[in-house]
Each structure stands twice: as C-alpha cells, then as structure tokens.
Write a new protein. Structure first.
Length: 560
C-alpha cells in the first residue's frame, strides 16, 4: 500500500502541489476560538470550518483579517492573541508578535508558545514538550484512575513550500470502568493502536495499559490553490461535537490527502490504509490484515455565513492491494463500485452550517449507508433492515444571555441499526476495532448539551450533559456493532432504533482549566455516568474526580 501511495504522490506532484501548511492539532482550544469568532464576525478567512484539521497559516491569517474589527471586546482580542502566539510563524513582526523578555539562556521560550524555535528566511522550526499527568479516584474502586503521557512535538517548514510535523506520545493509563468495559468488549483502546498490559512498580493497580500514539505528515506547497499531504494521523469533517461522516475518536491511520481550494469551493480527497481489527485478535508475529478507504468531500461556501458540503466514501479490501479505480479524484465512487461488481461499502453524506445574527450557528449532517425510499414509508413493510442512515442537528449560541464568552451548544444525533456495517465485516466503516464516525457505532439516538464559559484568557469552565438511548451488544446481531457481518440480521422488516438489549446512558462531566502559561494547564474534572440496561447485569455507575497537569497535549474526552 505504501509504495502505491508514494507512486501516486510522485505522479500528482508536478500537477498540483499543496496550499496547506502545518495543521492545528485536533482538540486544541483554537477550534472553539475560530468557531466563535466566525459566528461573531462572519469572517472565517480562507477556512472551510467543517474540514479539520485547520492549517496554521489559515488560522493566523483569519485572526489578522479580523483584528481591526472595532466591535471586538477585550476578551475577543485576548483570543486573537492566543492564536497569534500559537501560530507565530505566520504572524508578521508587528504588535501581534510577542517576544519573551525572560527567555531561558536567550534561546528557550523566546516566544510564549515554543520551547525552542528557529526563524530564518528559508527554514523555520518549532520544538515543544508534551505531557499530561492526570490522576483520579473512582467511587467504590480501590485503585487509582490515571493518565501518564510524555511526548515531543516538532514542526517546521523549508522555503515556505515544504512542511513537516511529527509528535510521539508515550502513555500509561488506567481508565474508568465504562472504558474498561469497552476495552474488554472490543479489545481496543479508543484513540490508540497497539497496546500492552502495564503494571506500575509502586502502586498495586490492575487493568493498566501501556501504548504509544504517533502523528506525522509531510506536506508540499507550490500552488496556493491545490495541495498534497502524506502522513499518519486523524481527520474530522463536520461542525458538530460529533461527526457522522468522519471523526477523530478512533486510532490514527496512514493517509494521502489532496486539498483543492479555489473561489468558494474546497475539495478534499482522502485515501486511507486501515486495519479491520486490533492486534489483540492477531497471533504474535503475524501481519495485521489491511483494508482501504477512499473519501472525498466538496464544500461550497454559498455566502460567508452559509456553507453546504457533499461527502462520499468507500471501504474495501483487496488482499493487501489498493483498488486503483478509486484513485480517480472526481468520479462518484458508487459508479466505480457498480463497474467492479458492487463488492464494497459505499456511504454518502451531506453537511452544512448557517450562521445567524452574529450569535447563532445551526448545523447538521446526513449519512446514507444504504437506503430504499419505498420501504421507508410503506404501510406494511416498515423498518427494512438495510435502510441505514443517520441524522445530526445542532445549534451553537455564543455570548448567551449577553454574557461575554458564555457559549452554549445542543446537538441531536440519530443513527439507524446496521449503519456503517457491511455483509463483508472487513468492509465495515471502522479502523482497528474502532469507529470512523460516531463513538456509539449505530442503533442509537443521543442528545448532547454543552456549556462553555471563559471569563479570562487563563480560566475556562465547561460542562457537558449527554443522554443516549441505545442497545447493548448481544449474541444476536441487532445492529449496534458495526464490526459484525450484517447478513446475520435476524429479521428483514420491523427493525427499530434501540432494538436488542435496550439501555440508556446519562453522562455529566465538568471541567475547569487554569492556563498558568501558554498551553500549560492545571485541570480539574468531575465525571458522573449512569447506565441502565434491560439486562441488569450490564448496569453501571461511574463517579470520578480528577486533577492533573497538562502541556501541549489535547486528548478526546471519551464521553460516550
């Protein structure tokens, strides 16, 4: 697979190389700042905000373009300064570029955001340490829950045409009980790949895990409109807290990405090499099976406040060989699938957001895995098992109740049974026994409520409430687990959401963070989660409190 992608890079490079610099790490505070500034000002610069990760260049240029807006408050300007500090390689030497007068040995932390940096005409380098030391106590649990992560991040550019990024984070962790149940069920750690058991030398702790997570890519920049990136990491498509199209909840993957951005359009082609299962299911010394995905997403900015997008993806396996017909960057994948015998898993989707009154954003998604209109509303044949689709609808409200930096968000997600699955289980919309989209797989409906309040640049609070109606896995495939072969469905009609072993989940999480120095945080969190299942043996309660120190590291919250 790797050699074919490298061949593709060589072929396309003379035609249209890249207009993309190093990206902002997913889950960084920058994403919420860009989001609220776009809603507030109607200006996202060149960013199509539903296509993540963002380029640091685009984020800095957006911030520069709105810095003169006289309607911005002092807190808004503090947000802009955070963006300038975090992406200073793209900020001109002006009032927005901060120098640290107390630099260590006049070399280290010369600017607030970077431990070490080099700035010359032809070469730019940024090096930063990464760590996350978090410890918590779970009710009715004698052992500690903890996360011990250390790593290093390096990014740079040559001639403003070649960009590179890499980070490696080593982790040891013990998770709360609901995540431990996930690991026991799917034999994978959400957001991670290869793992092994970990036993601390000092503490008497069971169910500890040791794992590494790496992100790295190489980008090229010749044209300002079209570009290419080869790397290992995650991508996200959507405006919501969740995504039904492509999310960052799973393991990193090897990818080739082509980005074309011209006029009001952004067109992204993404080719992925995936693993259908985690290494736990494979004997030692045996190569993990491969499968592949090809995706494209077309975003059209109708107005600065209204954007619509079309998504298509196919997942396939060819005994370690890529299906070269899917390399066509502009053809509909359903057409290709039909020409080669329809053996693959094709999904299409739609995405959009609309900003209103400089306060509100309405957004949504539709994912269609398989669909037959006649069986959707037929009087006698409702609930066809293969009507596989999902819906998302959400609203964001910034500066709520006229309180500066009080931001609210409500999101509803609905995914039918068997969505993302396939009759060939290797072709499910998954990677490393983890979802490529929503963390709850399928056969659920969910309401997410989020409150964010940041009274100062250093102090932030957030609270999230999540309610889910779904179903537990059972010996019968009722459509909750996309890893299963969907030809094993027990009935063709009468399938309803939540079928199987019905359950509800209520989750409440509170987080408070104090930024002592740029991207150096003291964290405090409280988690309450209750699961109530028809099968009482599957009921579960989680009550946990935690405290930690974190620097330059952004993890998904695993709140599912």
């Amino acid at each position: 697979m790797h050699k074919y992608l490298l061949l593709l890079v060589t072929f396309f490079t003379p035609l249209f190389l890249l207009a993309q610099a190093s990206g902002v790490p997913l889950q960084s505070p920058t994403y919420h700042l860009v989001d609220r500034l776009q809603i507030l000002t109607g200006n996202a610069g060149e960013i199509h905000t539903e296509v993540l990760p963002y380029s640091r260049k685009d984020v800095a240029e957006m911030a520069l373009s709105i810095a003169a807006d006289s309607n911005l408050t002092r807190r808004d300007r503090e947000d802009l300064q955070y963006i300038f500090n975090d992406n200073n390689e793209w900020v001109p030497d002006s009032t927005y570029l901060v120098r640290n007068r107390k630099a260590i040995l006049k070399t280290f932390y010369a600017t607030p955001a970077n431990f070490f940096e080099v700035n010359t005409r032809d070469f730019i380098l940024r090096v930063n340490p990464m760590f996350n030391f978090n410890i918590g106590q779970q009710q009715d649990d004698g052992g500690l829950v903890f996360m011990n992560q250390r790593g290093l991040e390096v990014r740079g550019e040559i001639d403003r045409k070649v960009f590179f990024y890499t980070n490696l984070v080593e982790s040891q962790a013990r998770f709360p009980n609901y995540m431990q149940r996930w690991i026991d069920t799917y034999r994978s750690i959400p957001g991670a790949g290869f793992f092994k058991q970990y036993q601390p030398r000092i503490l008497d702790i069971r169910n500890g895990y040791d794992f590494n997570v790496a992100n790295a890519y190489l980008s090229f920049n010749i044209s300002k409109h079209v570009g290419i990136q080869l790397g290992h990491g995650r991508n996200f498509i959507g405006s919501g807290y969740r995504s039904l199209l492509l999310s960052d909840v799973g393991n990193t993957a090897f990818y080739l990405k082509l980005n074309t951005r011209v006029w009001k359009f952004q067109y992204q082609n993404l080719f992925l090499e995936l693993n259908p299962v985690s290494q736990v299911f494979i004997p030692d010394g045996t190569r993990i099976p491969k499968k592949y995905a090809a995706m494209h997403y077309l975003s059209y900015e109708i107005t600065p406040r209204l954007t619509l997008g079309f998504f298509e993806a196919t997942v396939f396996n060819r005994s370690q060989q890529f299906e070269f017909q899917y390399l066509n960057p502009v053809i509909l994948y359903r057409t290709v699938e039909g020409m080669i015998g329809s053996p693959d898993n094709i999904l299409i989707g739609f995405n959009g957001h609309w900003n209103l009154a400089r306060r509100v954003q309405v957004y949504g998604q539709i994912i269609l895995d398989e669909f037959r209109f006649a069986d959707l509303f037929g009087a006698s044949q409702k609930g066809w098992w293969a009507n596989k689709y999902g819906l998302q609808l959400g609203v964001k409200y910034i500066n709520a109740l006229n309180i500066n930096h009080l931001d609210l968000q409500v999101e509803y997600n609905y995914v039918r049974p068997y969505t993302y699955s396939h009759y060939d289980s290797l072709n499910s919309y998954t990677h490393y026994s983890q979802p490529l989209a929503h963390p709850l797989w399928s056969n659920f409906k969910e309401i997410v409520g989020i409150v964010r309040y940041q009274p100062t640049a250093a102090l932030s609070f957030s609270a999230r409430f999540i309610h889910v109606d779904n179903a537990d896995n059972s010996s019968v495939n009722w459509g909750s687990n996309a890893l299963l072969d969907n030809s094993s469905h027990p009935q063709d009609y009468g399938n309803t959401l939540g079928q199987g072993i019905g359950s509800t989940i209520d989750l409440l999480r509170f987080d408070a963070s104090w930024m002592l120095y740029h991207n150096f945080f003291v964290d405090f969190n409280v988690l309450l989660r209750r699961k109530n299942s028809v099968d009482n043996a599957l009921d579960q309660n989680t009550k946990m409190i935690g405290l930690g120190l974190r620097m330059n590291l952004w993890n998904a919250q695993n709140d599912f």
